[in-house]
Design a protein around this ligand. Structure first.
Ligand SMILES: Nc1ncnc2c1ncn2[C@@H]1O[C@H](COP(=O)(O)OP(=O)(O)O)[C@@H](O)[C@H]1O
Ligand SMILES: [Mg+2]
Length: 232
């Protein structure tokens, strides 16, 4: 990890104000990050944590295949002045029934990369939110939005196949996955669908690309959410 890059405190001044504005517009809550750092300089991991939904803010990828994927991506990072940049490489498909920890492992993987000092720009969305976000509406450039997700160096696409589909959503998913497939952009995908149902649910074009571009992790066990309730 490059300590200079990740330990640089945010100084007060016009530049810091502008930076805070930009971070706020991207949903980064600096105040939360700073508070959680107990007055210590805010690190890249702490900044990223502020963007991660509270439930997964301390997620640790503990599945061996997930840590292996993060290791591989981190090791392949292009050297840069502020630490290694995220490289092109394989994607990861995390499958399993509801509540088995798919989203937890996915955020854990992002946190593992950040903890290793990998400089990365990442976006996360559920498929249902993606559809809502890109639905044509006046004054919104959905093409631009799709392009920015398609080109983002690391994307978490959560709950693929869980949202209601239509020809329009199928085309959208195809364009997103195909761009990331062609450019070998690391993508974390979670799905409730068993592998043998990917084709029928997502279409052959998407399923075929996923087969080539992703390492697979299948989580099993009971629903962790219900375990918590019954233990309480
Ligand atoms: N390895 C883990 N250690 C501790 N808590 C976990 C772990 N995996 C999942 N959880 C917790 O279990 C719950 C369900 O996990 P989640 O990732 O949301 O499941 P899924 O995405 O598979 O539906 C969440 O509260 C999550 O924080
Ligand atoms: Mg989930």
């Amino acid at each position: 990890m490059n300590a200079t890059a990740t330990r640089e405190p945010h100084r007060v001044g016009p530049l810091a104000d502008r930076l805070n504005g930009i971070l706020a517009s991207r949903g980064i809550d600096l105040a939360t990050a700073a508070e959680e750092a107990h007055g210590e300089p805010v690190t890249a991991l702490e900044l990223a944590d502020a963007r991660i939904p509270a439930r997964y803010r301390r997620a640790l990828a503990d599945h061996p295949k997930v840590t292996a994927w993060a290791d591989q991506i981190a090791r392949a990072g292009r050297p840069g002045p502020g630490g290694p940049g995220i490289a092109k490489g394989p994607s990861l498909l995390i499958a399993g029934p509801t509540g088995t920890g798919k989203t937890y492992q996915a955020y854990g993987a992002i946190r593992a990369l950040l903890a290793r000092g990998v400089r990365l720009r990442w976006e996360a969305t559920t498929t249902a939110d993606l559809h809502a976000r890109l639905r044509p509406r006046v004054g919104h450039d959905a093409e631009r939005d799709l392009r920015s997700l398609a080109c983002c160096p690391l994307l978490l696409l959560d709950d693929l196949g869980a949202a209601k589909t239509s020809e329009w959503t199928e085309e959208l998913t195809y364009r997103l996955i195909n761009h990331r497939y062609e450019h070998m952009l690391p993508t974390l995908i979670t799905t409730n669908l068993p592998t043998d149902q990917l084709r029928s649910a997502l279409g052959d074009r998407v399923a075929s690309r996923l087969a080539e571009m992703t390492d697979r992790v299948v989580l099993d066990g009971t629903d962790r959410r219900r375990r918590t309730v019954s233990a309480a």
